[in-house]
Design a protein around this ligand. Structure first.
Ligand code: GLU
Length: 221
């Protein structure tokens, strides 16, 4: 039986230059993919213009190149993918797995866990602001190559989480899932600071009918 090729990726946000932590993810994802005879892709996650630092995506790409890490294929810029994100949101809304929400940050409890206020409809007189994914209470189990067995529950981490922000921008959780599927990514290596995003991303992958890649979360620096 032939094994599917490994497709790894490094997906920096252009919010600053490469630093030790992001370099660990870059080198880790590169080596994991290359050692398996696979390919390594580069995706610039430039979906949050207010947080972007001018020139940082060019500097990140140049630094990687200088270090000998050249991606297999063209760099994918998330700013070119808005139609795909909107399509995913429309699909989730149409299937009832996502819903418009009128709440603002000040409506949330101190825990930050969304209590589902707009899940069954927006209260009269209120306007939709964001779009949230409806999460169930189910726990989500996955095996991380470094962290081992992880058992997280999106309901306990965030509750129904935002996939399109009140400012109209697409949320990281949505964009990363749509693009990992679009690029056929089979293995995600990234800092452990993103470990608790993983169960939300698996939830979205299930809702959109995508495969779940393998996860590797080294300690983040
Ligand atoms: N863009 C994210 C960051 O720079 C990483 C996303 C990911 O690897 O899933 O922190």
């Amino acid at each position: 039986m032939t094994q599917a090729p490994v497709i790894g990726r490094f997906a920096p946000s252009p919010t600053g230059d490469l630093h030790f932590g992001s370099l660990v993810s870059a080198v880790g994802s590169y080596l994991e993919a290359k050692c398996a005879g696979g390919v390594w892709l580069l995706r610039v996650e430039d979906i949050d213009p207010p947080r972007e630092v001018a020139g940082s995506s060019e500097r990140i790409i140049n630094d990687l190149h200088r270090l000998g890490m050249t991606p297999d294929g063209a760099v994918l810029y998330q700013s070119s993918r808005y139609d795909a994100y909107q399509h995913a949101i429309n699909t989730l809304l149409a299937s009832g797995l996502a819903y418009p929400c009128a709440c603002s940050r000040k409506d949330l409890p101190e825990s930050g866990i969304y209590p589902g206020t707009c899940r069954n409809g927006i209260a009269p007189g209120k306007e939709p602001r964001s779009v949230r994914l409806h999460v169930t209470g189910d726990s989500c189990e996955f095996t991380d190559k470094i962290q081992g067995l992880v058992n997280d529950s999106p309901a306990g981490i965030s509750g129904d989480f935002i996939i399109q922000r009140a400012d109209g921008l697409y949320a990281y959780q949505l964009a990363v899932v749509v693009d990992d599927a679009f690029q056929g990514v089979t293995q995600v290596v990234r800092g452990a600071d993103l470990l608790d995003s993983t169960s939300r991303q698996i939830c979205l992958q299930k809702a959109l009918g995508y495969k779940t890649p393998d996860y590797v979360h080294p300690v983040s620096y």
